[in-house]
Design a protein around this ligand. Structure first.
Ligand code: ATR
Length: 273
């Protein structure tokens, strides 16, 4: 079975390690490779992958949006999000999906059970593509108490209205003051990502004791946002789980095999240390 991830740049991707481990573990004869695809070669490369018998591939920065025009079909959730991270090829036709939002949800389920998640009062920080995918997945799961805070508040407002959730669009400074109202606070911005590790999207010192701070960032494993939240008595969840579960969902689409994500989270935690 031939699998791949396409992106630009792609050298540092941990996806080949993860998927090749799962292929080996399942005894599937196959290989998952990282293919560097500059934007101007995207169209040709997609057709090349289809022609040369690939079962599927992951799509990463900067192709998640632009790939859509080259696919035969895109599922409804990925289409409304405007971004695809997983492509399945069947009988020479390409199908696009996005497993990021559900990957995050699966990661969240390692810290809270279904009912806790559904009834939680949540705050999402950021209103870009990552936030959009997440709010869609959370809403489909049955969450409704979702507020959004963003530097540009108009984008937070749009997200709330588009998804008809029962929450507010907040300025970052207002959200900071009201942080103790939330059970789960999720950073979807890149603030605090290596190398700007001292950055924080919001001051998390006022988080509620026993609440959960989640970050989509995994480098560093503990962002300044998560560190400060822990000091306030909150639990923390970094982006490794989301990364692994979005991969596990893609792997299952391609192979029909459920991989051991919990084991992979441990491996990735060691590998990325
Ligand atoms: P992605 O698709 O990864 O979500 P994006 O669409 O560029 O990327 O969105 C990035 C989000 O992070 C935006 O909500 C952005 O805020 P603005 O809409 O005001 O630009 C937010 N963001 C990025 N860097 C930030 C920072 N240093 N502090 C606060 N918010 C930040």
């Amino acid at each position: 079975m031939k699998l791949a991830v396409i992106g630009y740049p792609i050298k540092h991707s941990k996806s080949p390690y993860m998927h090749n481990f799962w292929l080996d573990q399942a005894g599937v004869d196959g290989e998952y490779e990282a293919i560097e695809v500059p934007p101007e070669h995207l169209e040709n490369n997609v057709y090349e992958l289809i022609k040369s018998g690939f079962t599927g591939f992951n799509v990463t920065i900067p192709h998640k949006e632009s790939i859509i025009q080259y696919l035969d079909e895109v599922d409804a959730a990925a289409k409304s999000l405007g971004a695809v991270n997983t492509v399945l090829i069947n009988d020479g036709k390409s199908y696009g999906y996005n497993t990021d939002g559900n990957g995050f949800l699966k990661s969240l389920l390692t810290k809270r059970d279904t009912e806790e998640i559904k009834k939680a009062n949540m705050l999402i920080i950021g209103a870009g593509g990552a936030a959009k995918g997440m709010i869609g997945a959370l809403k489909s799961f049955g969450c409704d108490r979702i507020s959004v805070t963003n530097r540009t508040i108009e984008k937070a407002d749009l997200l709330i209205k588009d998804h008809r959730v029962n929450g507010q669009a907040l300025q970052l400074s207002d959200a900071e003051q009201r942080l103790n109202e939330y059970d789960i606070v999720i950073n979807t911005t890149s603030a605090g990502m290596f190398p700007k590790v001292q950055e924080r999207p919001i001051d998390s010192a006022k988080m509620k004791h026993g609440s959960l701070a989640a970050d989509i960032i995994y480098n560093p494993q503990k962002t300044s946002f998560l560190k400060q939240a822990e000091q306030a008595g909150a639990e923390s969840l970094n982006g490794i789980g989301m990364f692994v579960y979005q991969g596990a969902l893609a792997f299952e689409m391609w192979t029909g095999i459920q991989s051991d994500a919990a084991e992979m989270i441990k491996k990735m935690t060691e590998l990325m240390n």
